[in-house]
Design a protein around this ligand. Structure first.
Ligand SMILES: [Zn+2]
Length: 119
């Protein structure tokens, strides 16, 4: 079964990595505007900001990882970390759940929303 969902931790990591690249590209673009100092400085500041932001995101993943539950994936038998009631395996994207009542149901990230947790 091919899932369009990624493991949440992998998804956030991908986002943080994207921010670093965005920051580098912004600073690189800034170098093209050497004559117009204020444009260059604006791009540099934006670049630095997105790299700082990605560091914060990486820090946040670290915090989340300590709260994540380590489970052994039934599909690939590797250890994976999951967040929330439903998540996907980090290695093979196998949908996982901690909630017995959701077993066998179709994978849906909506089960992580607060209003579904009360039901
Ligand atoms: Zn797996």
């Amino acid at each position: 079964m091919e899932l369009k969902y990624k493991s949440k931790i992998n998804k956030i990591r991908g986002f943080a990595l994207g921010l670093i690249f965005a920051g580098m590209i912004l600073m690189y673009i800034g170098l093209y505007f050497k004559e117009q100092e204020w444009i260059m400085i604006t791009f540099m500041i934006l670049g630095v900001l997105s790299i700082i932001f990605s560091t914060i995101v990486y820090f946040w993943i670290g915090m989340l990882s300590t709260k994540a539950v380590v489970v052994t994936c039934p599909s690939c038998h590797k250890e994976t970390k999951m967040l929330g009631r439903v998540d996907a395996c980090m290695h093979c994207k196998q949908p996982l759940t901690l909630d017995k009542s959701l077993e066998g149901k179709e994978f849906d990230e909506k089960y992580n929303l607060k209003k579904y947790q009360k039901e």
